[in-house]
Design a binder for this molecule. Structure first.
Ligand code: F6R
Length: 236
């Protein structure tokens, strides 16, 4: 696990965006693992700009998103919609090559990922409670794609995408921690001070079931991108 400290979220977006562009230029059939939320938005801007400038094409690329809400109150709240708005409609990826876990058959998602060849490059955000995907505290480190209740902390953090906390979904379907660990390369983004405790748990370098992202300490190729303010506060 390597920490990369950047001045701004934009710098994180630039660095990760360039890694993905280099990968897709080298292997147009690369399999991307993608996250929603605020953290990866600067990455998606870099990818969209590079595509629009003719520097990269995602025509042969496949994607597998980390998670999806169960019973969101309106279509615009789904993660599929979020990805269309923020990335898919801005590049030439084919929608039939984009995948999301489904509440109907969560157990099939790991097999679909494996059949496609496995995730080459996984993008992660991190919850204030240390979740990755929607693997909340105490999720087994070897878990596969599954349905999970969302903690109150996560619902409160995500209520900004809904009209009220009451409307915010209670459940989601998510890749498991074991699923995520199979990715060949992983980048995690923490660019908001609400993530300081979660980053502190990673800096300790030891696995702790209460902090799900600590599963990453065992990954052979994982980069943790943090803004300077988050890093400095987490070190204290
Ligand atoms: C989203 C996801 C979540 C988010 C996390 C951080 O697909 O899997 O784990 O990455 O909740 O969200 P933001 O980036 O909005 O702070």
């Amino acid at each position: 696990m390597k920490f990369i400290v950047c001045e701004t979220p934009k710098e994180i977006g630039e660095k990760i965006g360039q890694e993905i562009i280099a990968l897709v230029q080298k292997n147009p059939k690369a399999i991307l693992g993608l996250a929603t939320g605020s953290s990866p938005l600067p990455v998606y801007d870099v990818l969209a700009n590079a595509y629009q400038a003719g520097k990269v094409s995602f025509r042969e690329t496949k994607s597998f998103n980390l998670d999806e809400y169960i019973n969101p109150p309106f279509e615009e709240a789904t993660y599929r919609y979020f990805m269309k708005e923020n990335l898919f409609s801005r590049v030439d990826i084919r929608l039939e090559n984009t995948h999301f876990p489904s509440e109907r058959n969560p157990e099939e998602y790991d097999g679909e990922i494996a059949a496609a060849g496995g995730v080459d490059f996984q993008v992660l955000g991190i919850g204030r409670d240390g979740h990755i995907g929607f693997n909340e505290p105490n999720t087994p480190f070897d878990s596969r794609t599954h349905i999970t209740p969302l903690t109150e902390s996560t619902r409160e953090a995500n209520a900004r995408f809904f009209h009220s906390l009451e409307e915010t979904p209670h459940e989601a379907v998510t890749m498991g921690l074991g699923t995520i660990m199979k990715s060949r390369h992983i980048v995690l983004i923490a660019s908001d001070l609400s993530k300081v405790d979660a980053i502190r748990s990673l800096l300790k370098g030891q696995k702790d079931l209460l902090w799900p992202a600590t599963v990453l300490v065992d990954h052979p190729s994982c980069e943790i991108f943090v803004t300077k303010d988050v890093y400095e506060a987490a070190k204290q």
